[in-house]
Design a protein around this ligand. Structure first.
Ligand code: GDP
Length: 395
């Protein structure tokens, strides 16, 4: 069986196990390394060929995947990752890197429960870092932090350990100040500041594919001194092999982002103002795959063969081909022609997509990004507000 087919099968098995699902977004100020990091995660999960993994993986990978190489477009992608002997399904939604797409970033946040915020170690938190944090927190999406381009501090700026530590701590402090400022008024959000000790901060280099966190250092026995030594001596391949970025980040995702069962009870009242006592509210809070179908459409894409594809988060029930569903704001119903998940940027049809997952659906001709699609008529989700942003010119 091809690697891709195998991953699809693994995803299908895990789809019914919401406790082991993580719906996440990666968000960053432009050029801080979101795309490079995403490619690392896809390669680490075996979704695309990893240059450095050599012949073995390349031969193991289907031909089309090799051709697709590392330039793959990861709009939405599902992958699996083993953490503490348990396989996890990670649904990753890409957020556009440019400020013009602010509205899309907010929509992506509606579909996920965790946001990995990437910050360039040299530049520190920038205006768009603040915007993505605001978008995440307002949607009840938990942040973690990855400080990227640490290789530059070591090899280019030749910083010593103390200087580097100071700089990294300053970045963390800035991010935490932003988080504190944004969550002060939100009484339903606990302390969501990030912390090295707790493992909600990672450091590393997406370019050279290595990463560390407090838990990873404990696991690998590597300390910062050794990492600096290897980086400075251009032993980046060794660094990558001994402390691969994808493992560090995906472990952090599994450990610290809430699964849908933990997230939905907090998120649903935040994004839906319908009757909290109703059965529907209960189905959404419990991620009940046998409940009424509720899909929040966050994106409409176009596939040259299948036409318009609606992507979104299934909050309740199970999506299946042939279902006739209401689309908020329109009369009548639309019939679902196919349901699928995203694998390496491509849609893969499956029989059903249960609550807690991100689905790709065809046939919802009246749906737009922001539509609530449901088997019973219901109060739609709150509209997704666009957060206006300062104009940032790319340096
Ligand atoms: P995005 O706009 O956030 O998606 O950023 P990209 O992933 O496209 O990266 C922007 C630039 O930074 C590219 O030239 C990357 O090669 C470079 N870059 C990304 N990560 C790193 C890193 O860890 N170290 C260094 N030195 N450069 C990086």
């Amino acid at each position: 069986m091809g690697r891709r087919k195998k991953i699809v099968q693994e995803c299908e098995t895990l789809m019914d196990d919401p406790e082991h699902i993580r719906n996440i977004a990666i968000a960053a100020h432009v050029d801080h390394g979101k795309t490079t990091l995403t490619d690392n995660l896809l390669a680490g999960a075996g979704m695309i060929s990893d240059d450095t993994a050599g012949e073995q993986l390349a031969m193991d990978t289907e031909e089309d995947e090799q051709e697709r190489g590392i330039t793959i477009d990861a709009a939405n992608v599902s992958m699996t990752h083993e953490y503490e002997d348990q396989n996890h399904l990670i649904n990753l939604i890409d957020t556009p890197g440019h400020v013009d797409f602010g509205g899309d970033v907010t929509r992506a946040m509606r579909a996920v429960d965790g946001a990995l915020v990437v910050v360039d170690a040299v530049e520190g938190a920038m205006p768009q870092t603040e915007t993505v944090l605001r978008q995440a927190l307002r949607e009840g999406v938990k942040p973690t932090l990855f400080i990227n381009k640490v290789d530059r501090l070591i090899s280019e700026l030749q910083e010593g350990p103390e200087e580097m530590q100071e700089r990294l701590l300053a970045v963390i402090q800035d991010v935490n100040e932003l988080i504190r400022g944004m969550t002060e008024e939100m009484d339903d959000i606990e302390d969501w500041t990030v912390s090295v000790e707790e493992g909600t901060v990672g450091f590393g280099s997406a370019l050279y594919k290595w990463g560390v966190s407090m838990p990873s250092m404990q696991r690998t026995g590597m300390d910062f001194g050794e990492i600096m030594e290897l980086e400075r001596n251009d032993k980046r391949q060794e660094l990558h092999e001994r402390t691969p970025l994808s493992d560090v980040v995906l472990d952090m995702v599994c450990e610290h982002f809430p699964n849908p069962v933990d997230a939905q009870p907090m998120r649903v009242p935040r994004i839906w103002r319908g009757d909290a006592e109703s059965e529907l509210a209960e189905d959404m809070r419990l991620v009940n795959e046998d409940g009424e179908v509720v899909l929040m459409v966050t994106d409409i894409g176009v596939d040259p063969h299948a036409g318009e594809i609606a992507a979104g988060r299934v909050f309740s029930g199970t999506l299946e081909k042939g279902q006739e569903l209401y689309v908020s704001g329109t009369a009548g119903k639309n019939r679902i022609q196919s349901v699928g998940i995203y694998m390496g940027g491509e849609r893969e049809e499956v029989d059903r997509v249960p609550a807690g997952n991100i689905a790709a659906v065809t046939g919802l001709k009246d749906a737009i990004a922001g539509s609530t699609v449901s088997s019973a008529e219901m109060t739609p989700f709150e509209s997704i507000e666009h957060i206006s942003e300062p104009v940032i010119t790319k340096s």
